[in-house]
Write a protein that binds this ligand. Structure first.
Ligand code: MTE
Ligand code: MO
Length: 407
Protein backbone atom coordinates (compact mmCIF):
# COMPACT_ATOMS: atom_id res chain seq x y z
CA UNK A 1 0.00 0.00 0.00
CA UNK A 2 1.19 3.53 -0.76
CA UNK A 3 2.02 5.64 2.29
CA UNK A 4 -0.26 8.58 2.79
CA UNK A 5 1.64 11.85 2.46
CA UNK A 6 1.02 14.39 5.18
CA UNK A 7 0.87 18.13 5.24
CA UNK A 8 4.25 19.85 5.77
CA UNK A 9 5.13 21.75 8.97
CA UNK A 10 5.51 24.99 7.05
CA UNK A 11 2.07 24.72 5.52
CA UNK A 12 0.59 23.67 8.85
CA UNK A 13 2.04 26.80 10.42
CA UNK A 14 0.61 29.00 7.67
CA UNK A 15 -2.82 27.42 8.03
CA UNK A 16 -2.77 27.77 11.82
CA UNK A 17 -1.84 31.44 11.45
CA UNK A 18 -4.74 31.97 9.04
CA UNK A 19 -7.21 30.23 11.36
CA UNK A 20 -5.81 32.04 14.39
CA UNK A 21 -5.11 29.04 16.61
CA UNK A 22 -3.23 25.74 16.57
CA UNK A 23 -4.71 22.94 14.45
CA UNK A 24 -4.36 20.33 17.22
CA UNK A 25 -4.18 17.11 15.19
CA UNK A 26 -2.98 18.96 12.10
CA UNK A 27 -0.07 16.59 11.55
CA UNK A 28 -2.61 13.91 10.56
CA UNK A 29 -4.05 15.94 7.71
CA UNK A 30 -3.42 14.52 4.24
CA UNK A 31 -1.12 16.71 2.11
CA UNK A 32 -3.84 18.03 -0.17
CA UNK A 33 -6.51 18.53 2.52
CA UNK A 34 -7.92 22.01 3.06
CA UNK A 35 -9.40 22.52 6.56
CA UNK A 36 -13.06 23.61 6.50
CA UNK A 37 -12.25 26.85 8.29
CA UNK A 38 -10.04 27.87 5.40
CA UNK A 39 -12.38 26.82 2.63
CA UNK A 40 -15.01 29.30 3.68
CA UNK A 41 -12.63 32.23 3.87
CA UNK A 42 -14.14 35.32 2.32
CA UNK A 43 -11.95 36.61 -0.57
CA UNK A 44 -12.90 40.22 0.23
CA UNK A 45 -11.48 39.86 3.74
CA UNK A 46 -8.64 37.56 2.79
CA UNK A 47 -7.29 39.87 0.09
CA UNK A 48 -8.51 43.18 1.56
CA UNK A 49 -10.71 44.03 -1.40
CA UNK A 50 -13.33 46.76 -1.61
CA UNK A 51 -16.86 45.49 -0.97
CA UNK A 52 -18.05 46.72 -4.37
CA UNK A 53 -15.61 44.54 -6.32
CA UNK A 54 -17.31 41.77 -8.33
CA UNK A 55 -16.37 38.09 -8.01
CA UNK A 56 -16.58 36.42 -11.43
CA UNK A 57 -15.28 33.03 -10.41
CA UNK A 58 -14.18 31.50 -7.12
CA UNK A 59 -11.96 28.68 -8.31
CA UNK A 60 -9.72 30.00 -9.68
CA UNK A 61 -10.43 33.33 -8.05
CA UNK A 62 -11.25 36.16 -10.43
CA UNK A 63 -12.48 39.53 -9.25
CA UNK A 64 -12.95 42.81 -11.09
CA UNK A 65 -13.47 46.45 -10.23
CA UNK A 66 -16.35 48.64 -11.38
CA UNK A 67 -15.46 51.77 -13.36
CA UNK A 68 -16.09 54.17 -10.47
CA UNK A 69 -13.80 52.16 -8.16
CA UNK A 70 -10.89 52.89 -10.48
CA UNK A 71 -11.05 56.66 -9.89
CA UNK A 72 -7.66 56.84 -8.11
CA UNK A 73 -4.69 57.92 -10.17
CA UNK A 74 -2.69 55.08 -8.61
CA UNK A 75 -4.75 51.92 -8.15
CA UNK A 76 -4.70 50.80 -4.51
CA UNK A 77 -4.66 47.09 -3.70
CA UNK A 78 -8.28 47.16 -2.51
CA UNK A 79 -9.51 48.06 -6.01
CA UNK A 80 -7.12 46.03 -8.11
CA UNK A 81 -8.65 43.20 -10.14
CA UNK A 82 -7.53 39.62 -9.49
CA UNK A 83 -6.95 37.16 -12.29
CA UNK A 84 -5.74 33.74 -11.20
CA UNK A 85 -5.39 30.82 -13.58
CA UNK A 86 -4.67 28.37 -10.80
CA UNK A 87 -4.47 28.22 -7.00
CA UNK A 88 -2.34 30.54 -4.88
CA UNK A 89 1.10 29.29 -3.84
CA UNK A 90 0.71 27.68 -0.43
CA UNK A 91 4.07 27.82 1.28
CA UNK A 92 5.86 31.05 0.56
CA UNK A 93 8.90 31.49 2.78
CA UNK A 94 10.54 34.73 1.57
CA UNK A 95 13.91 33.92 3.15
CA UNK A 96 14.04 30.76 1.07
CA UNK A 97 12.65 32.23 -2.15
CA UNK A 98 14.98 31.88 -5.09
CA UNK A 99 14.85 33.23 -8.59
CA UNK A 100 16.54 30.90 -10.99
CA UNK A 101 17.61 32.32 -14.35
CA UNK A 102 18.58 29.71 -16.88
CA UNK A 103 17.72 28.55 -20.41
CA UNK A 104 19.33 27.53 -23.70
CA UNK A 105 20.44 31.09 -24.47
CA UNK A 106 21.73 31.92 -20.95
CA UNK A 107 25.51 32.32 -20.65
CA UNK A 108 25.98 32.10 -16.85
CA UNK A 109 22.81 30.61 -15.30
CA UNK A 110 22.29 32.06 -11.82
CA UNK A 111 20.21 31.81 -8.69
CA UNK A 112 19.28 34.92 -6.73
CA UNK A 113 17.70 35.23 -3.30
CA UNK A 114 15.38 38.18 -2.68
CA UNK A 115 18.21 39.68 -0.65
CA UNK A 116 20.57 39.39 -3.64
CA UNK A 117 18.07 41.16 -5.86
CA UNK A 118 17.54 43.95 -3.34
CA UNK A 119 21.19 44.48 -2.42
CA UNK A 120 23.03 43.89 -5.69
CA UNK A 121 20.81 45.75 -8.16
CA UNK A 122 19.42 49.30 -8.37
CA UNK A 123 15.78 49.73 -7.37
CA UNK A 124 13.52 51.40 -9.94
CA UNK A 125 9.90 52.49 -9.62
CA UNK A 126 7.33 52.95 -12.39
CA UNK A 127 3.58 53.26 -12.50
CA UNK A 128 2.46 50.61 -15.00
CA UNK A 129 -0.85 49.83 -16.67
CA UNK A 130 -1.81 46.17 -16.52
CA UNK A 131 -4.94 45.16 -18.39
CA UNK A 132 -6.16 41.60 -18.81
CA UNK A 133 -6.28 40.66 -22.49
CA UNK A 134 -9.89 39.55 -21.92
CA UNK A 135 -11.11 42.79 -20.33
CA UNK A 136 -14.43 43.68 -22.04
CA UNK A 137 -15.09 40.08 -23.10
CA UNK A 138 -18.66 40.18 -21.77
CA UNK A 139 -19.74 42.40 -24.68
CA UNK A 140 -18.78 39.94 -27.40
CA UNK A 141 -21.32 38.43 -29.73
CA UNK A 142 -21.36 35.53 -30.28
CA UNK A 143 -20.11 35.22 -26.68
CA UNK A 144 -16.60 34.01 -26.00
CA UNK A 145 -15.85 31.52 -23.22
CA UNK A 146 -13.83 32.69 -20.25
CA UNK A 147 -14.26 35.21 -17.46
CA UNK A 148 -16.98 37.63 -18.44
CA UNK A 149 -15.00 40.77 -17.62
CA UNK A 150 -16.89 44.02 -18.09
CA UNK A 151 -14.52 46.99 -17.83
CA UNK A 152 -12.73 46.43 -14.52
CA UNK A 153 -9.80 44.13 -15.34
CA UNK A 154 -7.29 46.97 -15.52
CA UNK A 155 -5.00 48.55 -12.94
CA UNK A 156 -2.19 51.07 -12.75
CA UNK A 157 -0.18 50.64 -9.55
CA UNK A 158 3.37 51.75 -8.72
CA UNK A 159 5.75 48.85 -9.00
CA UNK A 160 9.29 48.82 -7.59
CA UNK A 161 12.05 46.33 -8.13
CA UNK A 162 14.99 45.55 -10.33
CA UNK A 163 15.12 46.00 -14.07
CA UNK A 164 14.81 42.68 -15.86
CA UNK A 165 17.52 43.98 -18.22
CA UNK A 166 19.97 44.29 -15.28
CA UNK A 167 19.38 40.64 -14.41
CA UNK A 168 19.72 39.57 -18.03
CA UNK A 169 23.01 41.49 -18.28
CA UNK A 170 24.26 39.78 -15.11
CA UNK A 171 23.42 36.34 -16.49
CA UNK A 172 24.43 37.20 -20.04
CA UNK A 173 22.55 36.01 -23.08
CA UNK A 174 23.71 34.51 -26.33
CA UNK A 175 23.01 35.95 -29.76
CA UNK A 176 20.25 33.42 -30.31
CA UNK A 177 18.18 34.70 -27.33
CA UNK A 178 14.60 35.27 -28.45
CA UNK A 179 12.17 35.06 -25.56
CA UNK A 180 12.13 35.30 -21.76
CA UNK A 181 9.78 32.68 -20.29
CA UNK A 182 8.44 32.72 -16.74
CA UNK A 183 7.67 29.85 -14.37
CA UNK A 184 5.78 30.56 -11.17
CA UNK A 185 4.83 29.02 -7.84
CA UNK A 186 1.05 28.87 -8.26
CA UNK A 187 -0.63 25.48 -8.42
CA UNK A 188 -2.62 23.92 -11.26
CA UNK A 189 -6.35 23.50 -10.51
CA UNK A 190 -5.92 19.73 -10.77
CA UNK A 191 -3.22 19.98 -8.05
CA UNK A 192 -0.99 18.01 -10.43
CA UNK A 193 2.44 19.46 -9.63
CA UNK A 194 3.76 18.52 -13.07
CA UNK A 195 1.33 20.96 -14.65
CA UNK A 196 1.58 24.74 -14.61
CA UNK A 197 -1.54 26.96 -14.56
CA UNK A 198 0.22 29.47 -16.81
CA UNK A 199 3.75 30.02 -18.10
CA UNK A 200 4.03 32.89 -20.52
CA UNK A 201 6.78 35.33 -21.34
CA UNK A 202 7.93 38.24 -23.44
CA UNK A 203 10.23 38.74 -26.43
CA UNK A 204 13.79 39.85 -25.62
CA UNK A 205 13.16 43.41 -26.88
CA UNK A 206 10.27 43.91 -24.40
CA UNK A 207 12.35 42.33 -21.62
CA UNK A 208 15.12 44.86 -22.24
CA UNK A 209 12.88 47.95 -21.96
CA UNK A 210 13.83 49.99 -18.91
CA UNK A 211 10.28 49.85 -17.47
CA UNK A 212 10.15 46.03 -17.49
CA UNK A 213 10.67 45.05 -13.86
CA UNK A 214 11.08 42.11 -11.59
CA UNK A 215 9.12 43.80 -8.84
CA UNK A 216 9.26 43.11 -5.11
CA UNK A 217 7.06 46.06 -4.08
CA UNK A 218 3.67 47.40 -5.07
CA UNK A 219 2.53 50.89 -4.03
CA UNK A 220 5.42 51.20 -1.61
CA UNK A 221 4.92 47.96 0.35
CA UNK A 222 5.43 44.23 -0.18
CA UNK A 223 3.38 42.92 -3.10
CA UNK A 224 0.08 41.53 -1.74
CA UNK A 225 -0.03 37.74 -1.78
CA UNK A 226 -2.68 37.49 -4.47
CA UNK A 227 -0.81 39.89 -6.79
CA UNK A 228 2.43 37.93 -6.85
CA UNK A 229 4.28 38.09 -3.52
CA UNK A 230 7.24 38.05 -3.22
CA UNK A 231 8.40 38.56 -6.83
CA UNK A 232 6.55 39.55 -9.95
CA UNK A 233 7.40 40.26 -13.54
CA UNK A 234 5.76 43.51 -14.67
CA UNK A 235 5.58 44.28 -18.39
CA UNK A 236 3.34 47.37 -18.65
CA UNK A 237 1.20 47.99 -21.72
CA UNK A 238 1.04 44.32 -22.68
CA UNK A 239 -1.75 41.88 -21.80
CA UNK A 240 -1.32 41.42 -18.04
CA UNK A 241 -0.88 37.67 -18.55
CA UNK A 242 2.69 38.52 -19.61
CA UNK A 243 3.29 39.89 -16.10
CA UNK A 244 3.87 36.64 -14.25
CA UNK A 245 3.10 36.58 -10.52
CA UNK A 246 5.06 34.51 -7.94
CA UNK A 247 8.11 34.20 -10.23
CA UNK A 248 10.58 31.45 -9.37
CA UNK A 249 12.28 30.84 -12.65
CA UNK A 250 13.03 32.66 -15.89
CA UNK A 251 14.32 30.94 -18.98
CA UNK A 252 16.23 32.77 -21.68
CA UNK A 253 14.98 30.83 -24.65
CA UNK A 254 16.30 30.47 -28.17
CA UNK A 255 12.76 30.17 -29.53
CA UNK A 256 9.36 31.71 -28.87
CA UNK A 257 8.17 30.29 -25.53
CA UNK A 258 5.65 27.45 -25.82
CA UNK A 259 4.53 27.12 -22.17
CA UNK A 260 1.00 26.88 -20.76
CA UNK A 261 -1.30 29.50 -22.34
CA UNK A 262 1.24 30.58 -24.98
CA UNK A 263 -0.20 28.39 -27.73
CA UNK A 264 -3.59 27.62 -29.32
CA UNK A 265 -6.19 30.32 -28.82
CA UNK A 266 -4.77 31.49 -25.45
CA UNK A 267 -3.80 35.17 -25.56
CA UNK A 268 -3.66 34.94 -29.33
CA UNK A 269 -5.91 36.59 -31.89
CA UNK A 270 -6.43 36.11 -35.62
CA UNK A 271 -3.49 37.69 -37.48
CA UNK A 272 -6.06 38.92 -40.04
CA UNK A 273 -9.66 39.90 -39.10
CA UNK A 274 -12.27 37.09 -39.23
CA UNK A 275 -16.09 36.96 -39.31
CA UNK A 276 -17.80 36.67 -35.88
CA UNK A 277 -18.03 33.03 -34.83
CA UNK A 278 -15.48 31.84 -37.41
CA UNK A 279 -13.21 28.86 -36.71
CA UNK A 280 -9.58 29.94 -36.83
CA UNK A 281 -6.67 27.53 -37.35
CA UNK A 282 -3.78 27.73 -34.86
CA UNK A 283 -1.38 28.83 -37.57
CA UNK A 284 -3.53 31.91 -38.24
CA UNK A 285 -3.36 33.13 -34.62
CA UNK A 286 -0.77 35.69 -33.47
CA UNK A 287 0.41 36.38 -29.90
CA UNK A 288 -1.06 39.58 -28.42
CA UNK A 289 1.66 42.15 -27.75
CA UNK A 290 0.96 45.85 -27.08
CA UNK A 291 -2.65 46.44 -25.93
CA UNK A 292 -4.94 48.76 -27.94
CA UNK A 293 -5.97 52.34 -27.07
CA UNK A 294 -8.69 52.50 -24.40
CA UNK A 295 -10.25 54.73 -21.74
CA UNK A 296 -12.55 54.61 -18.75
CA UNK A 297 -14.84 57.23 -17.24
CA UNK A 298 -14.32 56.80 -13.49
CA UNK A 299 -16.47 59.74 -12.36
CA UNK A 300 -19.41 60.00 -12.23
CA UNK A 301 -20.89 56.52 -12.31
CA UNK A 302 -23.84 55.33 -14.33
CA UNK A 303 -27.08 56.40 -12.66
CA UNK A 304 -25.80 59.80 -11.53
CA UNK A 305 -28.52 62.49 -11.33
CA UNK A 306 -27.82 66.20 -11.11
CA UNK A 307 -29.66 69.48 -11.63
CA UNK A 308 -29.33 71.51 -14.88
CA UNK A 309 -27.65 74.46 -13.21
CA UNK A 310 -24.96 72.39 -11.57
CA UNK A 311 -21.57 72.36 -13.24
CA UNK A 312 -20.96 68.83 -14.25
CA UNK A 313 -17.56 67.32 -14.85
CA UNK A 314 -16.33 63.94 -15.94
CA UNK A 315 -12.93 62.38 -15.43
CA UNK A 316 -11.09 59.14 -15.99
CA UNK A 317 -8.02 57.46 -17.42
CA UNK A 318 -6.80 56.62 -20.91
CA UNK A 319 -4.02 54.27 -22.01
CA UNK A 320 -2.68 52.84 -25.26
CA UNK A 321 -0.36 49.89 -24.66
CA UNK A 322 3.16 50.94 -25.62
CA UNK A 323 1.97 54.23 -27.11
CA UNK A 324 0.88 57.50 -25.54
CA UNK A 325 -2.67 58.73 -25.76
CA UNK A 326 -2.62 61.93 -27.81
CA UNK A 327 -6.30 62.96 -27.75
CA UNK A 328 -9.31 62.36 -25.55
CA UNK A 329 -12.90 63.25 -26.50
CA UNK A 330 -16.42 62.82 -25.17
CA UNK A 331 -19.84 62.79 -26.78
CA UNK A 332 -23.28 63.35 -25.20
CA UNK A 333 -25.23 62.64 -28.41
CA UNK A 334 -24.42 58.97 -29.08
CA UNK A 335 -21.27 59.73 -31.03
CA UNK A 336 -22.65 62.32 -33.50
CA UNK A 337 -20.43 65.12 -32.14
CA UNK A 338 -17.26 64.93 -30.09
CA UNK A 339 -15.71 67.51 -27.74
CA UNK A 340 -12.12 67.46 -26.61
CA UNK A 341 -11.18 66.71 -22.97
CA UNK A 342 -8.20 67.97 -20.99
CA UNK A 343 -5.55 65.27 -21.13
CA UNK A 344 -2.53 64.94 -18.84
CA UNK A 345 0.84 63.46 -19.75
CA UNK A 346 1.67 60.08 -18.16
CA UNK A 347 3.93 60.14 -15.07
CA UNK A 348 6.17 57.74 -16.99
CA UNK A 349 5.97 55.65 -20.16
CA UNK A 350 3.38 52.83 -19.90
CA UNK A 351 1.32 54.56 -17.17
CA UNK A 352 -2.27 55.58 -17.85
CA UNK A 353 -3.13 59.26 -18.37
CA UNK A 354 -5.83 61.34 -16.68
CA UNK A 355 -8.54 63.20 -18.59
CA UNK A 356 -11.32 65.55 -17.49
CA UNK A 357 -13.96 67.79 -19.05
CA UNK A 358 -16.68 70.19 -17.92
CA UNK A 359 -19.88 69.10 -19.62
CA UNK A 360 -23.03 71.13 -20.21
CA UNK A 361 -26.35 69.72 -21.32
CA UNK A 362 -28.97 71.56 -23.46
CA UNK A 363 -32.03 70.44 -21.44
CA UNK A 364 -33.19 68.04 -18.79
CA UNK A 365 -33.48 64.37 -19.63
CA UNK A 366 -31.51 61.16 -20.14
CA UNK A 367 -28.03 61.26 -21.61
CA UNK A 368 -25.18 58.92 -22.25
CA UNK A 369 -21.64 60.17 -22.02
CA UNK A 370 -19.28 58.29 -24.31
CA UNK A 371 -15.51 58.60 -24.09
CA UNK A 372 -13.03 58.05 -26.91
CA UNK A 373 -9.23 58.01 -26.79
CA UNK A 374 -6.85 58.31 -29.75
CA UNK A 375 -3.25 57.09 -29.62
CA UNK A 376 -0.09 58.72 -30.97
CA UNK A 377 -0.44 56.80 -34.23
CA UNK A 378 -3.97 58.11 -34.80
CA UNK A 379 -5.87 54.94 -33.83
CA UNK A 380 -9.14 55.74 -32.04
CA UNK A 381 -11.36 53.52 -29.93
CA UNK A 382 -14.22 52.04 -31.94
CA UNK A 383 -17.78 52.89 -30.83
CA UNK A 384 -18.83 49.26 -30.98
CA UNK A 385 -17.03 46.00 -30.20
CA UNK A 386 -14.11 45.63 -32.64
CA UNK A 387 -12.69 42.53 -34.40
CA UNK A 388 -14.33 39.40 -33.05
CA UNK A 389 -11.87 36.65 -32.04
CA UNK A 390 -12.35 33.15 -30.61
CA UNK A 391 -11.41 33.95 -26.99
CA UNK A 392 -12.82 37.46 -26.84
CA UNK A 393 -9.67 39.51 -26.36
CA UNK A 394 -8.91 43.18 -27.00
CA UNK A 395 -12.37 44.74 -26.76
CA UNK A 396 -11.50 48.42 -26.63
CA UNK A 397 -14.94 49.84 -27.52
CA UNK A 398 -15.76 53.28 -26.07
CA UNK A 399 -16.81 53.31 -22.43
CA UNK A 400 -20.26 54.82 -21.80
CA UNK A 401 -22.09 56.03 -18.73
CA UNK A 402 -25.78 56.96 -18.40
CA UNK A 403 -26.82 60.07 -16.46
CA UNK A 404 -30.02 62.05 -15.85
CA UNK A 405 -30.26 65.82 -15.84
CA UNK A 406 -33.14 67.07 -13.67
CA UNK A 407 -34.86 70.46 -13.68
N1 MTE B 1 1.82 32.98 -12.00
C1 MTE B 1 0.76 33.59 -12.52
N2 MTE B 1 0.92 34.80 -13.09
C2 MTE B 1 -0.14 35.44 -13.63
C3 MTE B 1 -1.43 34.83 -13.65
C4 MTE B 1 -1.57 33.55 -13.05
O1 MTE B 1 -2.65 32.96 -12.99
N3 MTE B 1 -0.45 32.97 -12.49
N4 MTE B 1 -2.47 35.45 -14.28
C5 MTE B 1 -2.08 36.41 -15.33
C6 MTE B 1 -3.20 37.16 -15.88
S1 MTE B 1 -4.12 36.38 -17.07
C7 MTE B 1 -3.46 38.45 -15.51
S2 MTE B 1 -4.67 39.34 -16.26
C8 MTE B 1 -2.67 39.10 -14.45
C9 MTE B 1 -3.57 39.55 -13.32
O2 MTE B 1 -2.83 40.23 -12.35
P1 MTE B 1 -3.48 40.62 -10.95
O3 MTE B 1 -4.26 39.45 -10.44
O4 MTE B 1 -2.35 41.02 -10.08
O5 MTE B 1 -4.40 41.81 -11.22
O6 MTE B 1 -1.67 38.25 -13.88
C10 MTE B 1 -1.03 37.38 -14.80
N5 MTE B 1 0.03 36.68 -14.15
MO1 MO C 1 -5.47 37.99 -18.07
Amino acid sequence: MKRRSFVSDVLLGTMAAAIGTEIVFGANMPADYVPIALRTTDPFKLFEKHSEMTVLNKRPLNMEAQAHLLDDKITPNSKMFIRNNGLLPEKTVPEKWELQVTGAAAIRPQRYTLKDLKSRFTKHTYQLTLECGGNGRSELSPPAKGNQWTVGAVSCARWSGVRLSDILDDVGFKENAVYIAYHAADIHLSRDLDKEPISRGIPLAKALQKETLLAYEMNGGPIPNVHGYPLRLVAGGWPASASGKWIQKLRIRDQVHDGAKMTGASYRVPCEPVAPGAKVADKDLCIIESMPVKSLITYPKTGAMFPMDKKFSIRGHAWAGELQVSKMEYSIDFGANWQECMLEKPVNRLAWQQFSAAVSFPKKGYYEVWARATDAKGNSQPMVVPGWNPKGYLNNACHRIAVKVTA
